[in-house]
Write a protein that binds this ligand. Sequence first.
Ligand code: IMP
Ligand code: MG
Length: 433
Amino acid sequence: MTTRYRVEYALKTHRRDQFIEWTKALLAVPFVLYSQPHGVFEDPDSSVDTLSQTREEAHRRYSEIFRDIEAMIDDHIAHQNNAENPFPSKLKLLVPGIGPFFTRLPLEAAFKFQDNKRHISSRRFVSPSFNDIRLILNSAQIMAVTTYGTLQLATFDGDVTLYDDGQSLEPTSPVIPRLLDLLRKNVKIGIVTAAGYTTADRYYARLHGLLDAMANSADLTPSQKQSLVVMGGEANYLFEFDSSSPDLLTLVPRSRWLTPEMDKWEDKDITDLLDVAESTLGDCIKTLNLPATLMRKDRAVGIIPVSPEIRIPRESLEETVLLVQKALELSPVGRSRRVPFCAFNGGRDVFVDIGDKSWGVTVCQRWFSQKEPSGPQGIIKAENTLHVGDQFLSAGANDFRARSVGTTAWIASPAETVELLDELAELMGKKMS
Ligand code: IMP
Ligand code: MG
């Protein structure tokens, strides 16, 4: 039984997004009832009509389902905003893992937009997929963030979001002109990455394409150039753009940006936490015979492959994350909950960082408002913030944590980030005109 439980928990729960799976199941019904796979074998003269009828019917049914989910989210938001109502929303009962929503989501419009691009309703053999739904949710979120309010802060994960895993933002990257365009539109940008380095040169090495393009840009104003920060190690090192520095970034002392809660994190607790993580990671290397070495840093500890060409099996990385997470949760310092941490599978490595991206994004929200008293009043709010990242499956996914402080978009590659930024630019352009 115990083993069965472990298999169910470890291999299923954390690898599924409940809300997306639930939506997928709802869409599977009209797919099965209306997709008409036999249409392919029909009389060629009549098949054109059958095809377009099927498409229209499937489109109508899928749209209705998205409209119904949209209404359920509205009801969920009404529950969330009414502290006196002790009852859960219908959505919460159906999808217990659902979190808070900072904006409503125009899902029907987003479905129509993505259907036009991906021809979901025209498919007869492949039902609406996880990726179809993920992209519809992204479109709905950026429609919401630009239509019901104004986007003030966009934060981006690094690896897989801005550049391929372990690579750098090269000058030819198509992401760069799109990020410059956001700055031109007075949107603040935070690069909120787990990659934790204490010096600017290391970030310059990863981000030089963007930083050089900003330094050489003639049309960005000095204040727009000041609108980019790098938040490294999840929430541990803040760097500002600085054209006078050789690395184009300057480290901002913690005293200038730590939130009052973060200021209470004691060095002793941080060391204790990292000690527990280090010893558990060391045990994992031995018991799983991992081709990995330990890397201890000032605010993180991880395991990385012994050489760049070696890949640690995915299962071993996941086992390590789940083990170290449990060990930390059960340790005295973990149980005290005085210092938050984030253990995650980085694709090729596993890291445990002090803090997580919810703190990293919060620091960006506060930083830009405190720097510019005439700018956004107070702290930039969750509904005016969009975090773009690739890691959103609940256990050991570092971008997932950003969901508690802002709206999010879940991408699967830098190419998808480019598409998302194009959609965003079009919506912002429409709003301005
Ligand atoms: P992200 O996708 O930008 O959040 O970067 C995650 C990756 O950064 C990890 O998979 C690691 O390869 C790398 N990395 C380098 N230093 C650190 C660190 O101190 N903590 C966590 N990840 C790190
Ligand atoms: Mg990433």
